[in-house]
Design a protein. Structure first.
Length: 347
């Protein structure tokens, strides 16, 4: 059950400005203009949940004023407008957005700039600006379904920026800042309305993903009604807003033997100290019901952090076959939830 995705979906499009996003060279004094088709492309990608940013060699303040004039500034996260190399701008964006370089698409009219990025970041797909009007037709930028969380993705990143600024300004220990966020994690059985988002999570989440296996909408729909499986979903909110549905767990149940077939959490939860809460919930639930708790783990090139999560949660290897591991938790240690997040369970 679960299938690999043949086309890895892109998560962020990074635009050059001169003769790419707009026509003309700003620093040369040109009266730059934006083609209405570009405006439509930017808005369409945003509605699909595709993040967008800028990597441009320009004067920052002048370029930002133009983006504001065109009504486009709000669509671009962490714009890199400076005189540095385009590859260094991509490095900076990867760190700020915390997504894989292989999920970026970079578009520029200059072959040199595309080659420079491709040389430093071979995982980044580069596109000639001559093809910019075809972006919305690319399979990597055309999700089959667009969830409500996807439509809000840019807004959620903006809320994240507010949190980050508040944290930098906060005077005191990190734990106190986390408590000041008033975080609430709601854990509940998945319903029909959750399935599109859960399908999306299995495709988009790679670092905190226990197997890297993708599940389709139809597969998840069957699991909801299967008494031999529990499918859990969790949503995180705080005083700045909602992070959306950030985690899921699929548990196979055979008598008193439970096996976590898939556990994943959005990378956006890592710095908020809630990445392990869903796993703690499963440990608590198994201990309360006298079940033995196992977990499958498949090593990928991205999910070492999930391996550490299992190990720190007292899971021990009971069998191994290549990259596939089977863990068991003896349930002798059942930890409380962290005190900086309130956990609501609707079971």
């Amino acid at each position: 059950m679960g299938v690999k995705q043949s086309v890895k979906m892109a998560k962020c499009v990074v635009w050059d400005l001169d003769d790419t996003l707009w026509k003309g060279t700003l620093s040369s004094g040109d009266e730059v203009v934006v083609d209405p088709r570009i405006l439509e492309t930017v808005k369409t990608l945003d509605e699909r949940g595709i993040l967008q940013s800028i990597a441009s060699k320009n004067n920052h303040d002048d370029a930002m004023r133009k983006l504001e004039e065109f009504g486009l500034a709000e669509y671009f996260l962490h714009p890199q407008i400076n005189w540095n190399s385009k590859s260094s701008s991509l490095t900076e964006l990867q760190a700020k957005l915390n997504i894989g370089l292989d999920t970026f698409i970079f578009i520029d009219d200059q072959e040199f700039e595309r080659d420079e990025v491709a040389f430093v970041h071979p995982d980044v797909e580069t596109i000639d600006a001559a093809d910019r009007f075809l972006l919305t037709d690319l399979p990597r930028l055309s999700p089959v379904h667009v969830t409500e969380d996807a439509r809000r993705r840019r807004l959620m990143y903006r809320e994240g920026e507010q949190r980050d600024r508040s944290e930098l300004a906060f005077q005191g220990p990190h734990d106190e800042f986390l408590r000041s966020l008033d975080m609430v994690l709601d854990i509940s059985p998945a319903g029909g309305d959750d399935l599109l988002r859960l399908e999306e999570l299995t495709h988009r989440t790679s670092q905190l993903n226990s197997t890297g296996i993708h599940y389709s909408y139809d597969e998840l729909e069957k699991l909801i009604d299967d008494p031999g499986h529990d499918l859990w979903v969790c949503e995180l909110t705080d005083r700045y807003g909602s992070y959306g549905k950030v985690g899921m767990a699929l548990v196979e149940k055979s008598g008193d033997q439970w096996t976590i077939a898939l556990l994943l959490m959005s990378c956006r939860t890592v710095s908020k100290g809630v990445g392990t809460v869903l796993l703690q919930f499963l440990v608590k639930r198994a201990a309360e019901r006298g079940a033995r708790l196992f977990a499958r783990f498949r090593r990928t090139d991205r999910n070492r952090q999930m391996l550490l999560t299992y190990q720190l949660a007292n899971f021990h290897v009971v069998s191994r076959d290549g990259v596939d591991h089977l863990f068991e938790n003896d349930l002798e240690i059942v930890r409380d939830y962290p005190d900086h997040v309130r956990v609501n369970v609707d079971a």
